[in-house]
Design a protein around this ligand. Structure first.
Ligand code: NDP
Ligand code: 2IT
Length: 449
């Protein structure tokens, strides 16, 4: 099933498997990048000479720590915290924190690895990193979340900073959690260092558009892919998985561009609303009340809820997976294509399995991989850092315009790189080659470090 690697790349990959046992998501992310790199190594022999692949697959630093905290009943709990500082060739480590019970080193490393290339594609001066914990915020009180975040930062503060490593949100980490972590960082360091975290509240150094950025950016990216096909979102039936930060603002922007999102989900099931998902209701349920997607169908009688089930069976022309890794397998991809899907834009990180990707590429539909399509979130984080560094704050309109320009640039960069490396229309090859070359050139320039 997998694409053939050259003998040398296959040997490198085998070494990586052996050195990182059991980290299946990390293996998957590395394999996908290596499969794109054959022609790059022919054009740039210095990358092989300087062992760039071996070096780029080994994080610069990995921090694993204990996070003790107490629940509202006075019971003690111990979680595990992670920060993987993967690559700083282009700037301080940058990438989100994920709080979800499934988090372990293999997930943090796959996310950190992809972040290196994503961040390179944004054109902003940011390296790649990722972190998180196996803490499950679901069903926890505000005070429990606060105590956990304070304990997490009580270890993490030593390793982060405006010029070293700048975390942000990801699954399970939004404005509330960033606020508690920022407060604890400030308390521990006695410094008001706004640039240490992004995704901050607007009252204390956050940027307008950061909340919307990943969903808006992914939709802009798909809009660009549709333009290449001389098409647009106008009148398109769309499905967006998830109902968190990325999903909500993907739905909002698709509607602004004339499309209609008919289904969203959470880990329990999905809801279908043929009239188009009501974004105001979605925000109220998920952002304000922190309820489940089932409650959407209770509030909108014409909508229906499917418990369990598979959201990819809902027919659509555009699919935007925005929940989690490996949520579209080969069978799901085949169903989507059969039902007339012409474009897939990944708001989530690595939501499609290698088998699924092959189905999309073989069918020649427009497929925008996460490291390109969802880069608008981290790009706007970099705009937040820029505003913090100059103690400035920009308008919504200006910031969204910058985001739009960045997404169009990323699309063009990927499109052109795919042509250059002999795979026209293949955004996987485009994103992997363009992102890799930028980081690799900087690593060569910095010498053997
Ligand atoms: P949120 O925590 O706000 O929302 C996550 C959504 O995905 C929820 O609806 C959640 O459902 C669902 N979900 C999470 N884990 C699973 C799972 N294992 N199985 C099924 N459903 C799941 O996170 P975000 O919206 O921020 O993140 C979504 C995706 O986008 C992730 O892949 C993230 O890495 C990626 N991303 C996020 C960026 C950001 O700026 N936030 C930037 C770029 C990418 P439930 O409530 O039931 O758990
Ligand atoms: O996957 C991602 O790009 C994010 N979770 C956002 C990272 C960031 O630093 O804004």
């Amino acid at each position: 099933m997998a694409v053939h690697l050259s003998e040398k790349l296959e040997a490198t990959y085998q070494k990586i498997l052996k050195r990182n046992p059991g980290e299946t998501e990390f293996h998957q992310a590395v394999r996908e990048v290596l499969e794109s790199l054959g022609p790059v190594l022919v054009k740039y022999p210095e990358f092989t000479d300087r062992k760039i692949i071996e070096r780029i697959c080994e994080p610069e630093r990995q921090i694993i720590f204990r996070v003790p905290w107490q629940d509202d009943r006075g019971e003690d709990h111990i979680n595990r915290g992670f920060r993987v500082q993967f690559n700083s060739a282009l700037g301080p480590y940058k990438g989100g924190l994920r709080f979800h019970p499934s988090v372990y080193l293999g997930i943090v490393k796959f996310l950190g690895f992809e972040q290196i290339f994503k961040n390179a594609l944004t054109g902003m001066p940011i390296g790649g990193g990722k972190g998180g914990s196996d803490f499950d915020p679901k069903g926890k009180s505000d005070n429990e979340v606060m105590r956990f975040c304070q304990s997490f930062m009580t270890e993490l503060w030593r390793y982060v900073g405006e010029y070293t490593d700048v975390p942000a949100g990801d699954i399970g980490v939004g404005g509330r959690e960033i606020g508690y972590m920022f407060g604890q960082f400030k308390r521990l360091t006695s410094k008001y260092e706004a640039g240490v975290l992004t995704g901050k509240g607007l009252d204390y150094g956050g940027s307008l558009v950061r909340t919307e950025a990943t969903g808006y950016g992914a939709t802009f990216f798909v809009d660009e892919m549709l333009k290449v096909r001389k098409d647009s979102f106008e009148g398109k039936k769309c499905v967006v998985s998830g109902s968190g930060n990325v999903a909500i603002y993907t739905v909002e922007k698709i509607h602004q561009l004339g499309g209609r999102v008919v289904a969203v989900s959470d880990s329990d099931g999905y809801v279908v609303d043929e009239k188009g998902i009501d974004v105001a209701l979605l925000k109220q349920l998920k952002e304000v009340e922190r309820r489940r997607i089932k409650d959407y169908a209770d509030a909108r009688k014409h909508a229906h809820y499917v418990h369990g089930g598979n959201i990819w069976e809902v027919p659509c022309q555009v699919a935007m997976p925005s929940a989690t890794q490996n949520e579209i397998n080969g069978k799901d991809a085949t169903t989507l294509v059969k039902n007339g899907c012409i474009a897939v834009g990944e708001g989530a990180n690595m939501p499609t399995t290698p088998e699924g990707i092959k189905v999309f590429l073989d069918a020649k539909i427009s497929y925008g991989p996460g490291k390109a399509a969802n880069a608008g979130g981290v790009a706007t984080s970099a705009l937040e850092m820029q505003q913090n560094a100059t103690r400035d704050s920009w308008t919504f309109e200006y910031t969204e315009k910058r985001l739009g320009e960045i997404m169009r640039n990323i699309h063009r960069t990927c499109f052109e790189a795919a042509e250059e490396f002999g795979a026209p229309g293949n955004y996987v090859v485009g994103a992997n080659t363009a992102g890799f070359i930028k980081v690799a050139k900087a690593m060569v320039a910095h010498g053997l470090i």
